[in-house]
Structure formats: C-alpha cells, structure tokens
Design a binder for this molecule. Structure first.
Ligand code: GUN
Length: 290
C-alpha cells in the first residue's frame, strides 16, 4: 500500500507558485489578489477560509477576506459581488459555500464574473469544462487529477467509480477522468444516493473517488485488491477524546480499506491540502489572463 501524500504535493505546488510570484514581482508587475467572502459562522467554512487566506500569504499573493453575519440579505451580498467584479485590482473571487438558506447559491454563483470565478462554479466555466475548453477547473477535482498525475498512477482504460454527483466534486471529476487526456481516458461510473447496490460497482473499480460526505462509508468488502482509493470526505465527527471535541473523518474506513489498496489518500493530509493549492493555481492563472 502506498500513501498519497497530498500535503507534500501541495507544498511542492505552492513552492512553484511562490517562484512565479517572485518572477512577477521582479518584473514590477502586480501580484495576484484573491477575495474571499464568508457568510455566517460555520466552523468548517471558517477554517477553510482561514487556510485559503493563510496560503495566499505563503505564496506571496494579496488577499481580502470579507465576512458577513448569517443575516445579510441576498441583495447586499450580490451588490458586494458586483462591486468586486468591477475592481480591477482583484483577480479572483470566491464565496465560501454553503450559504444560509435565504440566499440563493445559484444567484450568487451566477453573479460572480466568469473571468474571476477561480472556483470554476459559474455555468459559463462549467460549460467550458464540458466542452473541453480552457477554464478554471474546480479546485478539488483538479487536485485529485494532479495527485494521480504526480504519482504517475495510470488511468487509461481503467474503470473509475465516483461516489457522489455534486457540482463541486463528483460531476467535474467524472468529466476530467473520462476525457481524452492523461490523466483521463477512464471509463467512469457515477454512483449516488439512488444507486442500487453500490458495492456491485465499487468492487469492480480500479479507481474509487469517494465524495459523498458520509463518514467511513466505503468498507473493505466494497473494494477489490490493488484499487486506488481517493477520499474526498471531510466530516467533523464528535469525539470527546479530542481536544477540539471532534475529529475529521473521510468517506473511507481507512484502517480496513488501506491494506487492500495500491494507493490511498489519508484524511486529513490527502485531497484537502490539494484543494487550496489548486485554488492558488487558478488565481495565478486569472492574474496571468489579464
Ligand atoms: N465549500 C466546500 N468546498 C468549497 C469550494 O471548493 N469552494 C467554495 N467556494 N466553497 C466550498
């Protein structure tokens, strides 16, 4: 069993980005600038946003964090997004999800200017992904593909089973791995909450990508010997023995699944750090596109 070290690969990517920022500075050009909007006090979202802002500083980007209370109106949030769209100093904008129920996620994502949508969630950018055109690839799927690439894990002609059909992970990673490229050229099966007998699919898979947000869903008897398992789950499960009162659990029962795998990502330290590294890459790309 080989552990896929997302922390190490993310650090490599950040170093590559930091070197590009040094080159940008030495040419007297403006460094990339990411704006992040956080609404409400969700613990997970606060941690993710704090890590995004910290990572910007680490690679030499400028960042702006805008925080709003849970009670902000949809109109006020949309106005702020429109203002940032017009601000030529800002290269990338993301609104951390999920949003409070009274705010339409769809309206928010469609208001972000596609050329600043470093999350790649705008319908224009999703459409470009489907059409195989250059675009901002959503960071988590991009991170998964980058891990497969940097570990030289073969994907051509492999059967990849994706658990989950979200817009953020399941759907885009299915597109990326089925398209004619390397990594890619997989035969992809998407399983979701209405799939009957998920084990029937996972037990035939060469590669399993688990992105359903159900802690320890994937058990050893669902995985064949030699499979590659990528765990995207990050659920906080209460644990009185932990100083924080919770522990992070992936979608994979790691201890029992890992011995059967050729490669597996841990949680934490697998896909998570890659998500931020790829967001930084998209922000750098956005600055370069200008
Ligand atoms: N919430 C969970 N993942 C993400 C992400 O990649 N981007 C944003 N904006 N919100 C998220």
């Amino acid at each position: 069993m080989n552990l896929i070290d997302g922390k190490k690969i993310a650090a490599q990517i950040k170093e590559e980005i930091a070197n590009e920022v040094l080159a940008i500075k030495s040419q007297g050009r403006k460094v990339p600038h990411l704006a992040v909007i956080l609404v409400g006090k969700d613990g997970g979202s606060q941690t993710y946003v704090a890590n995004k802002v910290k990572s910007c500083a680490e690679v030499g980007f400028f960042s702006t964090k805008i925080e709003y209370p849970e009670t902000i109106s949809e109109g006020e949030l949309l106005d702020k997004i429109r203002e940032i769209n017009q601000n030529s100093d800002i290269d990338g904008l993301l609104v951390q999800l999920p949003l409070p129920k009274h705010i339409s996620e769809e309206k928010v994502l469609e208001t972000i200017a596609p050329e600043k949508d470093v999350d790649g969630f705008h319908a224009v950018n999703m459409g470009k992904l489907v059409a195989g055109l250059p675009t901002f690839v959503p960071a988590t799927p991009a991170g998964i593909v980058e891990l497969l690439k940097r570990y030289n894990i073969p994907t051509e002609s492999k059967h990849c089973v994706v658990l989950g059909r979200s817009h953020i992970v399941g759907t885009p990673v299915s597109l990326l791995l089925s398209r004619k490229s390397n990594p890619g050229n997989c035969t992809v099966t998407i399983c979701h909450s209405k799939t009957k007998d998920i084990k029937q699919y996972t037990s035939q898979a060469d590669i399993i990508i688990a992105a359903i947000g159900q802690p320890e869903f994937l058990k050893a008897d669902m995985v064949r010997e030699g499979a590659v398992v990528i765990d995207v789950g990050t659920t906080r499960v209460s644990d009185p023995n932990s100083s924080k009162g919770w522990v992070l659990k992936g979608d994979v029962a790691f201890d029992e699944v890992a011995p059967k795998c050729s490669y597996i990502t841990p949680v934490p330290g697998g896909v998570g750090p890659m998500t931020i590294a790829m967001l930084l890459k998209n922000t750098l790309q956005s600055a370069k596109n200008k």
